[in-house]
Design a binder for this molecule. Structure first.
Ligand code: ADP
Ligand code: MG
Length: 740
């Protein structure tokens, strides 16, 4: 008899076990039983109703009846080939058909498996492997047959008795390990499996009316009753949500959280001094978030908090006040920014706001002032050394930098808080790496900031180890942004009008961004978005920023002061261009998305995005956040060569229709495939989530979170939950993947 933790070779033999391990990383009985069917096939339905058609190149398995068999000869070589048309419209072509003719006859029922191709709108399989389920002649006396493989050779032996039913699970498979091979292994394992122990407590099963684990693991593979399968899937989906939440709850309350640096607010400190000299009043939202943060910083358990808020909602000043509370308690703070431009801008604006409070040891500095240090990769070795000294000695209370901060050479005197700006650019490992620089066994407080509004389910899963706060209102006096989509192919006049608008704004003293999706032809970027929808027509090359700059300079925007900015410029040049734009010496910045995150030029009021269909929803929303930051109304123009009715066209219109980042984030989530949102673990398998959908299973995820919180407080070592969490605690951790 077998249990879930048994290794498969003892149950199904070394050969089959090796194949499963090699192709799917499946090693134990548990691994195999959690390789859930992708779908269930009944009769001759190849694709369930409403299923998305497979992509070109995808490996699929289908069951159908042969409708027609035709023998052809290749025109050039005269070689014979066989075209088999199935009753679901799919055709299969075989190039060495001699030995097949006997089996593949009209009326035969087959399971076929191979890579999908499309030819004139017809789905085709070339040389698929197949299994004859019923010869169609009433002579299904074969008990065993050899599954044909695509090279015409013999595959493994398959016991046809297993297929003597009118319903089959269909598994994700490969050419070397077909769905029916996996099915046969599953059958073998289930036949000898001991009753599976129940990992969940009895009360939650009753409360959610869940099937037992034992029943669910069997029914999901073998039940011929659709309702029962659905209940099994519900149960296993809940398992998955609980496993993930248990892993996260462990991270929220576990080891990492034991000792933080308590920082009591001081009446006479820098934080109080800054509050006195701020040129504006904090919004209610800012005050609320600050009081939560302030309380958490006071505790000896480290804070783990994410602050989300639209671009311009004033997160930075909140982070700064939090950092000052920690500095007032004698600790240092580190702020990690994704790009040099941003790190530089943060250092500049934080020094500005602090004024004399950041001028320790300098003329005009106040008595209890601190210093703000900036460390980036492009500094000279001597500069870096000087900054590192300031950090190691503790002279710098606030340290701002890029990835350069993570290097071993950077040592802190007494690190007490880590702020990560634009979290989605960093993985969990990176924030942990920085936090590990604290001394004396303390874990610094952590505040991560993101301007990308994060859907609730993503916040609960991908960022589930963090508590979240949200700034919803923008500081007073902001002007709205109007957004229009320009379908350039259909409305050429509109393009002229767009350039004219930019000229008008510049004439009125404003500035503009023109954004392109690519740098130049050398760039190693695909010529199309990875997730292109075939309905959007053939791929086109996006305009390169360098070409666009040259074109506009002598053409549409001749006479204006243009600047060029992209990621491959040398750092000094980036600096020069950015400061010229900031100082108003450049009217129009022609750029790539390097300007995406956090850049703050309130005088910029127009943005024109070329090839806007290249960008994802969230990315466009981010980009748009560069304008509308000052007192003037702003305009965002999204240009696309695609048609209004294309999927990309609809996406752009959605962006144009709302400024609500959360609404757009949900739309974005619905568009993404799960794999884009969640990372992959080391074996390359998608990170543990098989059944749970972040787009659809919000209730399940929330219930699992509440449940795990409750159990954790009474039994943090619950063995059943630890088992469910295991797939989420090994290997690399989830991270939010940037789509660009
Ligand atoms: P975020 O980092 O959230 O994008 P910032 O912190 O950069 O936003 O704030 C954008 C601008 O708004 C900055 O110039 C900042 O000084 C200003 N600001 C922040 N809070 C307020 C407020 N309460 N009232 C007025 N202006 C504010
Ligand atoms: Mg910011």
């Amino acid at each position: 008899m077998a249990t879930l933790t048994d290794r498969l070779e003892y149950v199904i033999g070394v050969k089959a076990a090796d194949a499963l391990a090699e192709h799917f990383g499946i090693v134990t009985v548990d691994d195999l039983l959690r390789h859930y069917p992708r779908k269930y096939s009944k009769g001759s339905t190849a694709f369930g109703d409403g299923d998305a058609p497979p992509d070109e190149g995808e490996h699929i398995t289908l069951i159908a009846t042969v409708a027609k068999v035709r023998s052809n000869r290749a025109r050039k070589t005269g070689k014979e080939f066989l075209v088999v048309t199935l009753d679901n419209g799919v055709t299969a072509t075989f190039f060495h058909p001699r030995y097949l003719k006997g089996g593949l006859v009209e009326g035969a029922r087959v399971m076929m498996s191979g890579e999908v191709g499309f030819f004139r709108g017809t789905m085709q399989l070339t040389h698929p492997a197949f299994l004859l389920l019923d010869t169609g002649k009433g002579t299904a006396s074969l008990k065993k047959m050899v599954a044909a493989t695509s090279d015409g050779g013999g595959g493994g032996e398959v016991d046809l008795a297993l297929f003597d039913r009118d319903f089959f699970p269909i598994y994700q498979a490969t050419a070397k390990l077909q769905s029916w091979d996996i099915y046969a292994c599953v059958r073998q394992v289930l036949a000898v499996l001991d009753p599976v122990p129940e990992p969940l407590p009895e009360d939650i099963l009753r409360q959610r009316n869940l099937m037992s684990e034992d029943d669910a693991l069997r029914a999901v593979h073998l039940s011929e009753n659709a309702d029962e399968r659905d209940r099994a899937l519900d149960r296993l989906r809940f398992d998955e949500a609980v496993g993930l939440q248990w892993a996260l709850v462990g991270r929220r309350y576990g080891e990492l959280s034991e000792t933080g640096p308590p920082a009591l607010p001081r009446e006479d400190g820098l934080r109080a001094a800054l509050l006195n000299r701020l040129p504006f009043e904090l919004t209610n939202g800012q005050n609320d978030v600050l009081s939560v943060i302030s309380t958490e910083l006071t505790a000896s358990r480290p804070m783990n908090r994410m602050l989300q808020g639209e671009v311009g909602s004033g997160k930075t000043v909140v982070a700064l006040l939090a950092m000052l509370q920690v500095v007032d308690a004698g600790y240092q703070c580190a702020m990690l920014a994704p790009t040099e431009v941003l790190a530089d801008q943060h250092a500049r604006s934080i020094r500005d706001v602090l004024g004399p409070l950041a001028m320790a040891g300098q003329l005009g500095g106040s008595d209890d002032a601190t210093r703000v240090a900036l460390l980036t990769g492009s500094m000279s070795a001597a500069q870096k050394r000087a900054v590192r000294d300031e950090i190691a000695s503790g002279a710098a209370g606030i340290v701002i930098g890029t990835h350069a901060l993570l290097q071993d050479a950077v040592e802190f005197h007494q690190l007490g808080m880590v702020v990560v700006d634009e979290q989605h650019r960093f993985g969990v490992e990176q924030r942990d790496q920085l936090r590990a620089k604290a001394k004396g066994g303390i874990t610094p407080h952590l505040l991560v900031m993101t301007a990308t509004p994060i859907p609730r389910t993503v916040a609960l899963t991908v960022y589930g180890d963090l508590e979240t706060s949200t700034l919803r209102e923008l500081p007073r006096g902001r002007q709205p942004i109007a957004t229009s989509v320009i379908f350039a192919g259909q409305q050429e006049k509109w393009m002229d009008r767009a350039w004219a608008r930019i000229r008008e704004e510049v004439a009125a003293g404003r500035q503009a961004y023109v954004v392109a999706a690519r740098i130049d032809d050398d760039e190693k970027k695909p010529v199309q978005r990875m997730d292109r929808d075939p309905r959007d027509g053939p791929p086109r090359k996006a305009t390169a920023v360098v070409d666009l700059y040259n074109q506009l300079r002598t053409g549409e925007l001749a006479g204006l002061r243009l600047g060029l900015m992209h990621g491959r410029l040398p750092p000094e040049e980036k600096d020069t261009v950015m400061s010229a734009f900031r100082d108003g010496d450049i009217d129009v910045l022609v750029c790539t998305t390097v300007i995406e995150v956090g850049v703050d030029v309130p005088n910029a009021t127009v943005m024109l995005v070329m090839d806007a269909d290249w960008f994802g929803i969230s990315q466009l929303h981010q980009l748009r956040g560069r304008i509308g930051r000052g007192e003037h109304p702003s305009l965002c123009l999204l240009v696309t060569g695609l048609a209004r009715g294309s999927r990309a066209g609809e996406r752009l219109q959605a962006v144009a229709s709302t400024l609500d980042g959360f609404e757009l984030a949900d739309l974005d989530l619905a568009e993404r495939r799960e794999g884009d949102v969640l990372g992959r673990n080391q074996s390359g398998r998608s990170y543990g989530l098989r059944l749970l959908s972040l787009g659809q299973d919000r209730e399940v995820i929330e219930a699992a979170r509440t449940f795990c919180e409750q159990v954790y407080h009474r039994d943090p070592d619950h063995p059943g939950l630890a088992l469910l969490a295991a797939p989420f605690t090994e290997g690399e951790r989830v991270e939010y993947l940037d789509k660009s």
